[in-house]
Design a protein around this ligand. Structure first.
Ligand SMILES: Nc1ncnc2c1ncn2[C@@H]1O[C@H](COP(=O)(O)OP(=O)(O)OP(=O)(O)O)[C@@H](O)[C@H]1O
Length: 629
């Protein structure tokens, strides 16, 4: 499901139940916090009752007991005031830490799920939408759990109890107040729907805005180079204004509802006061009851005022939870075979939703019998279409048959857009073949636990992605755990990988191999980044290496040197490499020619030059491009 797809409709109860995996050990503290908040509300409501006794005694006909009752009432009021403050403090102590726990667990659950979801999911979801779900939405959920949810329940209960007390003091005046609540109750139904819609819109628009910021920071060089800064700013301004309009609409909706909630009791107050005085004057009501009545309405003023705000907060939090669940409930389409991956089961367990039960096969711990790691790679009648390809279009890859001999280096060449990169991504299951089989060491890639498959297969892409970390950590990202555990072996592996990829320049960086490279390695040149990404693939010590034009930013001579070293050092590693330069292609054992989503020929460079017009065409185009460069 893409972010533009409608969110699954859920009731508030269902949304809150979606948080269940994060509520371990939280509920009892929340209930204690709720009780503390309720007691503080009741303590506040008890104060007018004391006032009633006090006033009645002071104004009693004989005046007896006036002084002592004032002292007692003073003591009781003090105790009630202190109790109210104590319970407010207890509410915070009980609820604040578990609310942060929920936020933290939900954030980790989201991150874990994002790691599990296939590349196709990330193709469809803009990063800003995911960012806003991980940050702003979960912050809102925390505030709602810590404050909004508790106070919504407590204030609603305080209002119910308070109104009941008003009835004990004067049913006529209480009825007057209740009648004033009828329009509020009626309006609250339509308010809920209106506010929920606007709240979802504003949170989605905030996500789109985050995507724009992320993209323009990422593409700042392009924007500057093309002088598009002003245009980008205009676009951003429009988007920001749209969000502002939605926020203003949201605030307007809330303000009009809150105004109604606050104003109606105020209007009733004037009428109520006059009527109350009449009731006292005609002996239908004690003066103490009148004082207590209005003291109670004063105590109720705060919960009545805030209940509208809290309803708004509850609806916004519900939207935030729904947006979280929309991501967390996406089933990863590419998974390890059932029961082979404890981490997979943990990921599902941490985010289990209704209907997941059948997918929750407990990890058996026993891995299926896998073939020995020999470096076999084959494609058998493989067909593939992108999940987001237009309806009715032909599959991108059709009837792909290709077999590599363990240890050989095969170059994959073809016209642009013929599907070379796509084919490569099927090997580590970044995408899943629509039909047919991709085999590693004779077994279907779907039979391997993902971790094992990706231990056997390493990848380097044309667009190298590096992380904000040291050169060392970037290169050793996928190195075997036993090598990493031994400092000396890790250093040897690092040196070998850097030398093979001709990435010795990294040693001359200011802090050598411990130099922190900036976000995505942007402080390095394109060719330097490519060589580090290749070194990373080599350091993973795979049996199968798939390289998607990983040396395109290098000059011809360096590319040749790297290819030559790769063949020597990784003599028993099977390598499938997308290449464009004739000189590099010539170094491969064999070459596969791809056209229009099919492998149309396989042979040595010389064989193909002799027999394939398509190959000669590709090579002569590449030579012409090289000469122009
Ligand atoms: N995520 C995607 N969703 C939908 N279509 C895609 C996606 N990625 C690539 N394509 C389409 O698949 C086709 C093949 O792309 P691919 O990158 O595999 O070709 P290629 O042979 O590697 O091209 P080049 O040599 O230019 O890198 C292209 O038409 C491209 O538009």
């Amino acid at each position: 499901m893409s972010p533009s797809a409608a969110s699954t409709p859920r009731t508030l109860r269902e949304s809150v139940q979606g948080l269940r995996p994060y509520l371990d050990g939280v509920l009892w503290r929340w209930v204690c916090g709720l009780l503390a908040a309720l007691l503080s509300g009741l303590a506040a409501l008890a104060i007018p009752q004391v006032i009633q006794v006090l006033v009645n005694n002071v104004f009693s006909a004989d005046g007896s007991g006036g002084r002592s009752s004032v002292v007692w009432a003073g003591v009781v009021l003090l105790v009630l005031g202190l109790a109210e403050a104590l319970f407010v403090w207890l509410r915070r102590v009980f609820i604040l830490p578990p609310a942060s726990d929920v936020e933290n667990r939900a954030r980790i659950g989201l991150y874990r799920r994002l790691q599990r979801l296939p590349v196709a999911f990330h193709d469809a979801w803009p990063s800003g939408q995911l960012l806003s779900r991980a940050q702003a939405d979960l912050g809102l959920v925390r505030r709602w759990i810590a404050f909004g949810s508790v106070m919504f329940v407590v204030d609603s209960l305080v209002i119910v109890v308070g109104v009941a007390l008003l009835f004990t003091l004067s049913w006529q005046l209480a009825l007057l107040y209740l009648v004033a609540a009828v329009p509020i109750i009626i309006r609250s139904f339509s308010f809920r729907n209106d506010f929920r819609t606007v709240s979802r819109l504003s949170q989605d628009q905030a996500g789109d805005l985050a995507t724009t910021v992320e993209e323009s920071v990422h593409g700042i060089r392009i924007l500057k180079a093309f002088g598009r800064g002003t245009t980008a700013l205009e676009g951003f301004r429009t988007q920001a204004s749209t969000l502002q309009d939605t926020e203003v609409r949201k605030a307007g909706l809330l303000a009009s509802f809150v105004a109604m909630v606050v104003a109606l009791p105020e209007v009733v107050l004037g009428v109520g006061l006059a009527w109350g005085v009449y009731l006292v004057a005609t002996g239908q009501m004690m003066v103490g009851a009148l004082a207590a009545f209005f003291a109670t309405t004063a105590v109720l003023a705060r919960p009545v005022e805030s209940v509208g705000q809290l309803l708004g907060m509850t609806l916004s939090a519900k939207t935030a939870i729904d947006r979280h669940l929309d991501v967390i409930s996406v089933r990863p389409a590419i998974t390890s075979p059932a029961g082979t991956d404890p981490e997979e089961a943990a990921s599902l367990g941490a985010t289990r939703l209704d209907g997941d039960a059948d997918e929750m096969a407990p990890p058996s711990g026993a891995l299926p019998v896998l073939p020995p790691s020999a470096g076999g790679l084959a494609f058998r009648d493989v067909e593939f279409r992108y999940p987001d390809a237009a309806e009715g279009t032909a599959p991108l890859l059709r009837g792909v048959d290709l077999e590599l001999i363990p240890g050989e280096t095969m170059a994959l060449v073809g016209t642009t857009g013929s599907g070379k990169s796509t084919l490569l991504q099927l090997v580590p299951r970044l995408y899943e073949a629509t039909s047919g089989r991709v085999e590693v060491d004779g077994a279907d890639v779907r039979d391997f636990p993902l971790e094992e498959l990706r231990r056997r297969v390493a990848v380097a892409f044309e667009e190298p992605t590096l992380f904000s970390d040291t050169v060392r950590n970037n290169v050793l990202l996928g190195a075997p755990a036993d090598v990493l555990a031994d400092e000396e072996k890790a250093q040897q592996l690092l040196d070998m990988a850097l030398d093979t990829a001709q990435a010795g320049f990294a040693r001359a960086l200011p802090d050598g191999l411990d130099t922190e490279i900036g976000e995505e390695g942007l402080s390095l040149s394109g060719g330097q980044r490519q060589r580090l990404a290749l070194a990373r693939a080599i350091a993973a010590q795979p049996k199968v290496l798939v390289l998607d034009d990983p040396l395109s930013a290098l000059d011809v001579r360096t590319e040749e040197a790297v290819t030559q070293r790769l063949r020597e050092v990784l003599a028993d590693t099977t390598t499938l490499v997308v290449a464009h330069r004739p000189s590099t292609v010539a170094l491969a054992d064999r070459v596969a020619v791809m056209a229009d989503g099919r492998i149309v020929d396989v042979g040595t460079h010389l064989e193909l030059l002799a027999r394939s017009a398509a190959y000669r065409d590709i090579i002569s185009n590449a030579e012409a491009e090289e000469a122009r460069a």
